[in-house]
Design a protein around this ligand. Structure first.
Ligand code: BGC
Length: 371
């Protein structure tokens, strides 16, 4: 089984000048976690910490500086990272798109414009030519969260609040996923996308509005995308963080007096088992947990989090559900999108002024458990 941790390019690499997020946050992500400069050292750390898998992403805007200008030097760096992982017997789990787009792509209307899907497929074709040795591909990260944050809530670029656009974006991402799958698929690889799954519960069981809203949230947020692409999934990749109690529509709250992470999200470890059970029974496909983690300033809370979630992963395995792997989020403290640098998710603490790494106790705890 694969036991590892995850990062994403924009959140960890640093200096992603050509990304729509760089334009949006005016370069606030800066050197991020310095991964672009320290990946060799980081792979040593992964090895030292007993992990046999690493999920990371390619930065589209680094590779395609403009729609027809490929930066082969950056492409080579990604190849070196993959080679170095293989040398250390660490399985790369390669995410192709983790929320960020090249500025030139967003100027053309980004994901809201159906014609732009072809630009993404140019990128996929390049990846297909260059990364044949990779076994696990995660083509997209959380299209549901992206469409919600960027086109409904309006807190992420391009900061729109438009239901129709939000839906078109999802549809275009779905088209992009299916076409990408067809391009990348060969007999040696396994391809999926990461879905953020939230456990939705009704705030009041006897309140019809609360009940219907819960069902709709589950149906659209959790399952719409999976249902649309299920013929093109070699495994189901799940990012799991929390459970919410739905009042009406998208208004929700967290359980009172429960344990919370630094955002106030409930820590609900049993949820990871509930989801694996539900998804395995429904789709009969292997599952990979591609993200699960906690932001906290108290590393003992992180140890408890890991212990309890892995307890429930074990229960799922014992009951016969096929689990391919578990990736803790995150390997390194990193740039948490609109919330910036404050939330600390890492197994490894990062000093953002110098890039210095310090291994947390939780990283050693995780090592012990997975060993
Ligand atoms: C995203 C990550 C993010 C994490 C914690 C996930 O939904 O994929 O990029 O850092 O949540 O908020």
């Amino acid at each position: 089984m694969l036991w590892g941790s995850a990062i994403s390019s924009y959140q960890a690499e640093g200096d992603n000048f050509n990304s729509d997020w760089w334009e949006f946050d005016k370069g606030k992500s800066s050197k991020a976690s310095y991964f672009w400069y320290k990946w060799k050292e980081d792979i040593k750390l992964l090895k030292e910490l007993g992990q046999n898998a690493f999920r990371f992403s390619l930065e589209w805007s680094r590779i395609f500086k403009s729609e027809n200008e490929i930066d082969f030097k950056s492409l080579d760096v990604y190849k070196e990272i993959i080679d170095e992982l293989f040398k250390n017997n660490i399985e790369p789990i390669l995410t192709i798109w983790h929320f960020t787009n090249p500025i030139w792509f967003s100027k053309k209307g980004g994901w809201a414009n159906k014609k732009n899907v072809n630009y993404f497929l140019d990128y996929i074709n390049l990846i297909n030519r260059n990364f044949q040795g990779v076994k696990y591909f995660v083509v997209l990260n959380e299209p549901n969260v992206y469409s919600f944050k960027s086109y409904l809530e309006g807190t992420w670029p391009p900061q729109e609040k438009n239901l129709i656009k939000a839906f078109n974006v999802l549809r275009n991402l779905k088209e992009a996923y299916i076409e990408a799958y067809k391009i990348l698929k060969n007999k040696n690889n396994l391809i999926s996308f990461s879905q953020n799954i939230i456990i939705f519960k009704p705030y009041r069981i006897y309140n019809p509005l609360s009940l219907i809203s819960t069902i709709l949230n589950d149906k659209f947020f959790n399952f719409w995308f999976i249902e649309k692409v299920k013929k093109y999934l070699d495994f189901i990749a799940i990012n799991y963080y929390t459970r919410v109690f739905v009042k009406f529509f998208s208004k929700y709250t967290y359980k009172e007096n429960s344990q919370k992470n630094c955002f106030g999200w409930e820590v609900y470890p049993k949820g990871i088992y509930e989801i694996c059970k539900r998804i395995y029974k429904k789709y009969k496909k292997p599952i990979m947990i591609t993200e699960n983690g906690i932001c906290t300033d108290n590393d003992f809370q992180r140890i408890e989090f890991i212990k309890e979630h892995i307890f429930y992963i074990k229960k799922a395995i014992d009951e016969g559900f096929k689990i391919l792997g578990y990736m803790y989020w995150s390997f390194l403290d990193n740039y948490e999108w609109a919330e910036g640098f404050e939330p600390r998710f890492g197994l490894i603490e990062v000093d953002y002024k110098t890039g210095e790494r310090k291994i947390r106790k939780s990283a050693y705890f995780y090592k012990e458990v997975i060993t």
